[in-house]
Design a protein around this ligand. Structure first.
Ligand code: GUN
Ligand code: ZN
Length: 444
C-alpha cells in the first residue's frame, strides 16, 4: 500500500460503464450495473466510486485528473482462468488429438523454455498479448523449468498485472527433457513459492499437468504442498478428451472416475482449478461444488482439438464456480471476446445458450469468483483494484454498422462478443494506470 501524507488526486474516467455485481444467469438484470454516461473514480489504484456522471461530477475534487472515453464502454479487465504462457508460438498448429498435439507441438515449444533468454522474451510477449486483448488477470501454466515460472512472474510484476502461475510438475509419460521427479519438482515449487507467492499481485499455483504425467508420489507431494501453505492454488487438466480420460483410468484402475484420482491426493479444494471437465459425471460435479473447486471452460480449445462440448447448464445446476479460459495454444485466441463467441456456439450445439450479460459476467466477476479474487477484482464496487478496459464498439466498420443498428445494451454486448477482438480494446488499465493503448488514430 502506498503511504501518502495528503491523498493523491483521483482519476475520473468517463464513458459508458458496465459491470456485474452478481451472476445474471441467477439474478437477472439486477446483477448488471449500467451507467450510459458514467464516471469511474479511482484513487491510489482502487475504485473510489462508480455511478452516473451527473451525480458524481459535483462531488469531484477540483484537482481530479480526467480522461474521457465517451462513446466507448468501460468494463472490468478480463480474467482468463486457464492458459499456457509457453505455448504462444504454437497457437494455430494444425489440429491433432490431444496426445499427438502435445507431442508434436507443445512438448518441443515447452522444451525451448529451458533457455532463460527465450523464457524471458516469451513471457514478456505473452503478458503484452494479454494486455492488448484486455486481459488483466490470468491463471497460467508455465513449463517444467523453474526459469519459465520466474520469467512469467517477473514479466507480470514489471507490468503490475495480477497473475497466478506455477511451474509444471510432470515426471512420467513425457520426454526426458521435460521430466522432473517428485522430490525435485517439490523442491523447485517450494523455492518458487518462497520467491513469488504473495509478492505484489502474484500468487503461486501448484501445477501437476494432469494425472497421466505425474506419478502417484508426485501427486501426493503436490497435494501435501497445496494444503500446507495458505492461499496457494492448484491447477490441472481434467477430462478434456475421451481417449485421455480412458488413459487416465487405465493408469489408475481403482479410481471411481478421473476426478477421483485427484481426490485421492487431496487436490480438490477452494483454490483448485480444473480445466475442461468435459467427460465427467454428476458425482464429479457434486464433489467439486461441495469442495468449492473451480472449473475452466475453454471453448476455443475444445473446438480446435475436437474435445467436446462443455455443459454449462449442469455446472450451474450444481453451483460450480466457472471461469472462462483461452487455453493458449490449443485455444485459438487471446481474446476473451472471441472466447465468448465460441462459448456461445459450443452452448448452442449442446442445446443451451449464453446471454451476453452472462458471458461478460463469466469473463469478469465469474472468473474472479472462480479464482477466489472477487473481493479484489472483477467489478467496480468500492475499494476493488482498478483494473479496467475501454472497448470501442465502432472499432471495425462491420461492428460499427451492427452496433449503430443495435437498440439495447444487450444487443451491443452481443455484437461485441461475436464480432470483437483485440481491435476493440482501445485501452487497458492496471491499478488505474494505462498499461496498453491502441495506436493513435483508433483511440479518441
Ligand atoms: N492436457 C495436458 N496438458 C495440456 C496442454 O498443454 N494443453 C491442453 N489443451 N490440454 C492438456
Ligand atoms: Zn491447458
Amino acid at each position: 500500500m502506498r503511504i501518502s501524507v495528503s491523498p493523491s488526486p483521483p482519476l475520473a474516467v468517463r464513458g459508458e460503464i458496465v459491470h456485474f455485481t452478481d451472476d445474471p444467469a441467477e439474478r437477472g438484470s439486477d446483477a448488471c450495473a449500467h451507467f450510459p454516461d458514467g464516471l469511474l473514480l479511482i484513487r491510489d489504484g482502487h475504485v473510489l466510486d462508480c455511478g452516473p456522471a451527473a451525480e458524481l461530477e459535483s462531488k469531484l475534487p477540483t484537482d481530479a485528473r480526467r480522461v474521457d472515453y465517451s462513446g466507448k464502454l468501460i468494463l472490468p479487465g478480463f480474467i482468463d482462468t486457464h492458459t499456457h504462457s509457453a505455448q504462444t508460438e504454437i497457437i494455430a498448429s494444425h489440429g491433432e488429438h490431444l496426445a499427438e498435439w502435445l507431442e508434436k507441438y507443445a512438448w518441443p515449444a515447452e522444451a525451448r523454455h529451458a533457455a532463460p533468454a527465450h523464457a524471458a522474451s516469451e513471457a514478456g510477449f505473452f503478458c503484452d498479448q494479454l494486455l492488448r486483448h484486455g486481459t488483466t488477470t490470468a491463471m497460467v501454466f508455465t513449463t517444467v523449468h523453474p526459469v519459465s515460472a520466474d520469467a512469467l512472474f517477473e514479466a507480470a510484476r514489471a507490468r503490475r498485472m495480477r497473475m497466478i502461475a506455477g511451474k509444471v510438475l510432470m515426471d512420467r509419460n513425457c520426454p526426458p527433457a521435460l521430466r522432473d521427479d517428485p522430490a525435485l519438482g517439490d523442491a523447485q515449487s517450494r523455492a518458487l513459492i518462497e520467491k513469488w507467492h504473495g509478492r505484489d499481485r502474484l500468487a503461486y499455483a501448484v501445477t501437476p499437468r494432469f494425472a497421466p504425467t505425474s506419478s502417484e508420489e508426485q501427486m501426493r507431494l503436490a497435494g501435501r504442498l497445496f494444503s500446507e501453505i495458505p492461499g496457494l492454488y492448484l491447477q490441472t487438466h481434467l477430462a478434456e478428451q475421451r481417449a485421455e480420460t480412458a488413459w487416465a483410468m487405465r493408469l489408475s484402475p481403482n479410481a471411481r472416475s478421473y476426478l477421483d484420482i485427484y481426490e485421492r491426493f487431496a487436490h480438490i479444494a477452494p483454490r483448485s482449478n480444473f480445466a475442461h471437465c468435459l467427460w465427467i459425471d454428476d458425482e464429479d460435479c457434486r464433489l467439486m461444488a461441495e469442495r468449492g473447486a473451480a472449473v475452466s471452460f475453454c471453448p476455443t480449445s475444445n473446438l480446435f482439438l475436437g474435445s467436446g462440448l462443455f455443459d454449462l447448464a449442469r455446472a450451474r445446476r450444481f453451483g460450480l464456480r466457472v471461469g472462462l479460459g483461452t487455453d493458449i495454444g490449443a485455444g485459438t485466441s487471446f481474446s476473451m471476446l472471441q472466447t465468448l463467441a465460441e462459448a456461445y456456439k459450443v452452448l448452442r450445439l449442446a442445446g443451451q445458450t449464453l446471454t451476453p450479460e452472462a458471458g461478460f459476467y463469466l469473463a469478469t466477476l465469474g472468473g474472479a469468483r472462480a479464482l477466489r479474487l472477487e473481493s479484489r477484482i472483477g467489478s467496480f464496487l468500492q475499494d476493488k483494484e482498478a483494473d479496467f478496459i475501454v472497448l470501442d464498439p465502432h472499432a471495425t466498420p462491420l461492428l460499427k454498422a451492427r452496433t449503430t443498428r443495435a437498440a439495447t445494451l444487450t444487443e451491443r454486448l452481443f455484437a461485441l462478443m461475436t464480432l470483437g477482438d483485440d481491435r476493440c480494446v482501445a485501452a487497458t488499465y492496471l491499478l488505474g494506470e494505462i498499461a496498453f493503448a491502441q495506436q493513435k488514430g483508433t483511440v479518441a
